[in-house]
Design a protein around this ligand. Structure first.
Ligand code: FMN
Length: 209
């Protein structure tokens, strides 16, 4: 069975606007992809491994083109488990609010844990980087208090460019963003309309995702 991994970086549960959009996506996805399983990784509930000094040492060993062994390897068990879980999925849904112009810290921690040489990317003989997550798609559902679509505010958006960069780096270049904004500023009516628009977009995209 094929698997959609829903990486959930929203701590507010039922109050979350981001998750309202994601719920519409998932309901539509399940209706149109009966033979798929959906697995959720809740980054605020599940314990994401810390990158301790020893684990960071492991990363430098891998970057040097060597394999992990002994205690260093053991210290990586939880890291590898998360990498395996990520790579076991065929497609990804990432739900995230904008926090301080970027992403919530557990999502950054998760990215720092899984983006590892040899596992998600590798260096070729010429020193170029090759992403190892190939042929997979990701939909990112985000919501923001403000609206970052104007030329004046675009430079403040470090969320979409960062996510495109880091997941593109590991080979995930087929990424679609659905962004509900503004959720906290502007007229109530506008906020409602923008949320509704994002929900409709999500419902539609899920049928062809
Ligand atoms: C810690 C924190 C930081 C935030 N930083 C920003 C920000 O930089 N820009 C912005 O537009 N909204 C910011 N917001 C507002 C959220 O992005 C907005 O309320 C979003 O819709 C929350 O998503 P949720 O309803 O799924 O929790 C922040 C909210 C929190 C809690």
């Amino acid at each position: 069975m094929k698997k959609l991994l829903h990486i959930n970086a929203c701590p507010r549960g039922d109050e979350s606007r981001t998750l309202k959009v994601s719920a519409a996506f998932l309901s539509s996805f399940k209706n149109t992809h009966k033979d798929w399983v959906v697995e959720e990784l809740n980054l605020f509930r599940e314990k994401i491994p810390e990158l301790t000094a020893r684990r960071v040492d492991g990363k430098y060993v891998l970057m040097g083109g060597k394999d992990l062994f002994g205690e260093l390897k053991e210290s990586w068990d939880e890291v590898i488990a998360h990498i395996d879980r990520f790579k076991s999925a065929d497609r990804y849904l990432l739900s995230t609010p904008m926090w301080n112009f970027s992403i919530p810290y557990p999502l950054k921690q998760y990215i720092d844990v899984i983006v590892q040489p040899k596992y998600l990317f590798r260096y070729t003989e010429t020193g170029a980087v090759e992403g190892l997550v190939k042929g997979k798609k990701m939909t990112v559902i985000a919501s923001r208090g403000g609206d970052y679509t104007s030329e004046a505010y675009k430079p403040y958006d470090h969320q979409e460019p960062y996510l495109r960069t880091v997941f593109g780096f590991v080979g995930l270049t087929d990424m679609t963003f659905i962004v509900a904004q503004p959720m906290d500023s502007g007229a109530e009516e506008l906020r409602k309309r923008r949320l509704e628009e994002a929900i409709n977009q999500a419902r539609e995209l899920a049928t062809v995702f």
